[in-house]
Design a protein around this ligand. Structure first.
Ligand SMILES: Cc1cc2nc3c(=O)[nH]c(=O)nc-3n(C[C@H](O)[C@H](O)[C@H](O)COP(=O)(O)O)c2cc1C
Length: 361
């Protein structure tokens, strides 16, 4: 990513930020991306610097309190993984309270409630973005969770179910009144899925609806210019970044440097990019074993291919990645071969998102 003429950062970025009692050192947060924002990825990004609060993939509250292995793996953390928010979803108040207490016991600095997920599996049982249509139920749920833990509680939501039902401003205000420490707003409706552009005026309406709590803007921030526009057009206190962080794990470091000095700093070299990829892969394998690490990395490989610019022939050799030894050998060769040159007219990498009729997701 290049930053030809970075706009100066807004003055807000040099002011301290607090979510309830929690002081956060950077206004750039990692958004949850189910299947990607693992502990290994979070640690790789944290090592590069500039990341404020990170959030886990969404975790089902019931699975967590039933002690299911998959839920524990999603919520896995360690002392270097701070500050961390664990995101939970569900609609049964007692289960969500118990899960929030578990999150607090796990040492997380915050608990995030998912009210944004549009995926059918989550919405069908009334969770995720479906909660945005049930205002009273949503407020009762959030209020109960706030009362059950002493760490900050945040809510991540979309602008509403569809354009006719933009409930985020009213909900954010109600959540503030019951003690939520911040809201994170993805500037699209559930009906929109990932299509169209993010609606920054919609996020601004949420900023204007609350009294004091920070509003964290989310959606489509891929460059310093996007971050500058997002601060300017929404009036948000912080920005949460999902796909942009996978496309460029150095993004937080660049944003933080821009926020402090007006300059995003040098582009990461080819060698630095390869080092990050290696660290991420080996972190996954160490924690989850060779088989899981290799399978999961196959999904991420395409992103790294674009990000590192490793030569195509090496990328192809890793498509059926089956062992850490193969990974090390191929990456060693790819590192010595140097980066793939940009083709004339090459378009920036488009990150895949769920598509098609939204009710089929
Ligand atoms: C593959 C994928 C998985 C996601 N998983 C979650 C999730 O677990 N919880 C959540 O609140 N949002 C989830 N989201 C939404 C993102 O957190 C974010 O709101 C959205 O991608 C827009 O931000 P971005 O443009 O910075 O990626 C997911 C998005 C994608 C593409």
């Amino acid at each position: 990513m290049s930053h030809p003429s970075a706009e100066p950062p807004p003055s807000i970025v040099s002011e301290p930020l607090k979510l309830g009692q929690l002081a956060v050192g950077s206004r750039f947060f990692l958004a949850p991306l189910a299947g990607y924002t693992s502990l290994a990825f979070r640690l790789s990004v944290r090592e590069l610097g500039g990341l404020g609060l990170a959030t886990t993939d969404l975790v089902n509250a019931r699975s967590l309190i039933e002690g299911r292995r998959r839920a524990y793996e999603l919520a896995e953390t360690c002392p270097a993984d701070r500050p961390l928010s664990i995101q939970i979803y569900g609609i049964v108040i007692a289960e969500m309270e118990q899960a929030a207490r578990w999150v607090e016991g796990q040492g997380a600095q915050a608990v995030d409630i998912n009210m944004g997920c549009p995926v059918r599996k989550v919405v069908r049982c009334g969770g995720g973005s479906a909660l945005m249509r049930e205002t009273d139920q949503a407020v009762a749920l959030v209020s109960a969770i706030v009362r059950s833990v002493s760490i900050p509680v945040t809510v991540k939501m979309r602008l509403g179910w569809d354009d006719e039902s933009l409930t985020a401003p009213a909900l954010a205000r109600a959540f503030e009144q019951v003690g939520v420490a911040a809201v994170i707003i993805h500037g699209r409706t559930r009906q929109q899925g990932f299509s169209g552009r993010v609606n920054r005026a919609g996020i601004r309406a949420v900023v204007e609806a609350v009294d004091q709590i920070p509003v964290v803007a989310n959606g489509d921030v891929r460059s310093i210019a996007d971050a500058a526009t997002t601060f300017r057009e929404t009036g948000c206190a912080a920005i949460s970044i999902g796909r942009g962080a996978l496309a460029n794990p150095f993004f937080f470091r660049q944003l933080d440097s821009w926020a402090r000095t007006g300059d995003p700093g040098p582009e990461p070299t080819f060698a630095e990019r390869i080092t990050v990829m290696r660290g991420h892969f080996h972190g996954l394998v160490e924690r989850r074993g060779d088989k899981f690490g290799c399978l999961q990395f196959r999904k991420i490989l395409k992103w790294y291919f674009h990000f590192t610019r490793m030569r195509r022939e090496y990328y192809r050799q890793l498509l059926n990645l089956s062992s850490p030894e193969l990974f090390d050998r191929v990456i060693e060769e790819a590192a010595s071969a140097g980066p793939e040159p940009y083709a004339p007219g090459e378009r920036p990498f488009e990150i895949p998102v769920p598509s098609g009729a939204i009710d089929k997701w």
